[in-house]
Design a protein around this ligand. Structure first.
Ligand SMILES: NC(=O)c1ccc[n+]([C@@H]2O[C@H](COP(=O)([O-])OP(=O)(O)OC[C@H]3O[C@@H](n4cnc5c(N)ncnc54)[C@H](O)[C@@H]3O)[C@@H](O)[C@H]2O)c1
Length: 325
C-alpha cells in the first residue's frame, strides 16, 4: 500500500492522522506544531518540520494536505511537480484560475488529485442521492442546505468559504449541472469585512433553485440538507442519531378548496448502513492512487464548486447582485 505524508496536523488534520493510521497508510507527519510531533509519536510514525522532506522521500507516494486554505495551491502544485499524488482539503484553492491550473497540472502529469468534499462520501448522502436519481422524490424543485454552529471563527476566510464548499458540492452532486447565476448576502459583525453569516441562492437552468446558509454565530448546531421534489421531500440531518439521519415524506397538493393545500404523509425513516465518512473518503483516495482511478471529488468537481463560491463572493461584495457562474 502507498505510504502517505500528512501535511498539516491541526484541528482537522488530527482526524486525518487517526484515519490514515487506522488504514495503515500513515508514513510521515509534517507540521512544526507540538501537537503534530506528539501525534506522530502516538501513532509511531515519523515527523518532520519541513515540507521538502515529504517531497524528497521516495517511500512517500502521496500527500494529504490539511493546511490552511491559502496554502493549498502552492503546496499541491509543488507536490505534483515532485511526482506525488495529492489529496487536498477543501477548498481546492482560493480562485478558479488557481483551481484550473491544478486541474491541468494533474492531467498533464498523470497525478491523482482529490479534494476533501467529505459529505460526498457520507453513506446517508450517497443513499439520498441514489433515491433522488431513482425518482423517489419526483421532479426536483428546490434544495436547502444549512451549516450553522456556534464555534471557531476563521480570520483568513469568511464563513461561506469555510462551510459552504460541502453544501455546494452536495447540491451540484444532486443537480448534476452548474447554476446559471447566484446571489449572496451576508452579515459581518465580529471581524470587519469577514462575513459571519451568509445566504447563497442559486438558480439552475432547468428552474431548480437552491439555498445554502452558513453561520458560525448560531445558538444550535445544524447540518441539514432538505431536498424538495414534486412528490416527496427528503431531510438529511447530520446532527441526530444514525438511524434518524435520513427521512422522506411524501405529500400531495389538494387543490379542491379555496386555497391549495400541501398534505404531508408520515415521515419515513430510511435505513442506511453505518460507515465513517472520513474513513470512506481516505479509503477512496488510497484506492484511486493504487488503481489510477479518477476520484469522485476530483479537480473538475472541485472547480465546479469553486466557480460557484467565487461568483457568490463577488455577489456578496456587491450587495447581493445576481452574478453569472
Ligand atoms: N472536511 C472538513 O469537514 C473540514 C473541517 C475542518 C477543516 N477542514 C479544512 O482543513 C484545513 C485545515 O483546517 P484546520 O481547521 O485543521 O486548520 P488549523 O489552523 O487548525 O491547522 C492547520 C495546521 O497546518 C499547519 N501548517 C500550516 N502551514 C503548513 C505548512 N506549510 N507545512 C506543514 N504544516 C503547516 C499549522 O501548523 C497547523 O497545525 C482547511 O483547508 C480547512 O478548510 C476541513
Amino acid at each position: 500500500m502507498v505510504k502517505v505524508a500528512l501535511i498539516g496536523c491541526g484541528g482537522w488534520g488530527k482526524n486525518l492522522a487517526r484515519v490514515l493510521h487506522d488504514l495503515g497508510a500513515l508514513g510521515l507527519i509534517v507540521d512544526p506544531a507540538d501537537q503534530a510531533r506528539n501525534l506522530a509519536s502516538t501513532y509511531g510514525t515519523r515527523h518532520s518540520d519541513s515540507f521538502n522532506d515529504a517531497l524528497l522521500d521516495p517511500d512517500i507516494g502521496a500527500l494529504v494536505l490539511a493546511t490552511p486554505a491559502e496554502t493549498h495551491f502552492e503546496l499541491a502544485s509543488r507536490a505534483m511537480d515532485a511526482g506525488k499524488d495529492v489529496y487536498v482539503e477543501k477548498p481546492i484553492a482560493l480562485s478558479t484560475e488557481e483551481g484550473r491550473r491544478l486541474e491541468k497540472q494533474a492531467a498533464t502529469r498523470g497525478r491523482i488529485l482529490m479534494v476533501g468534499h467529505l459529505l460526498q462520501y457520507h453513506p446517508v448522502y450517497r443513499k439520498l442521492k441514489g433515491q433522488i436519481d431513482d425518482g423517489a422524490l419526483g421532479k426536483l424543485r428546490h434544495i436547502t442546505s444549512n451549516r450553522l454552529n456556534l464555534g471557531m471563527l476563521r480570520s483568513e476566510e469568511n464563513v461561506m468559504w469555510s462551510f459552504a464548499p460541502h453544501d455546494v458540492s452536495m447540491v451540484l452532486g444532486i443537480t448534476g449541472i452548474a447554476p446559471a447565476r447566484v446571489t449572496c448576502i451576508g452579515s459581518s459583525f465580529f471581524q470587519p469585512g469577514i462575513a459571519d453569516i451568509t445566504t447563497l441562492h442559486m438558480e439552475f437552468p432547468d428552474g431548480v433553485t437552491a439555498d445554502v446558509r452558513s453561520s458560525w454565530f448560531n445558538p444550535e448546531k445544524e447540518q441539514k440538507l432538505i431536498v424538495v421534489g414534486d412528490a416527496a421531500m427528503a431531510v438529511f440531518s447530520d446532527t441526530v442519531p444514525w438511524d434518524e439521519k435520513l427521512q422522506i415524506q411524501r405529500f400531495e397538493i389538494d387543490g379542491s378548496g379555496v386555497r391549495p393545500r400541501a398534505i404531508g404523509e408520515k415521515h419515513q425513516k430510511v435505513d442506511v448502513d453505518f460507515g465513517e465518512p472520513l474513513k470512506l473518503e481516505m479509503q477512496h483516495f488510497l484506492d484511486c492512487v493504487a488503481d489510477r482511478q479518477k476520484p469522485l471529488t476530483d479537480a473538475v468537481e472541485a472547480n465546479g464548486v469553486l466557480a460557484v463560491l467565487q461568483a457568490a463572493q463577488s455577489s456578496l461584495e456587491n450587495g447581493g447582485v445576481w452574478t453569472n457562474v
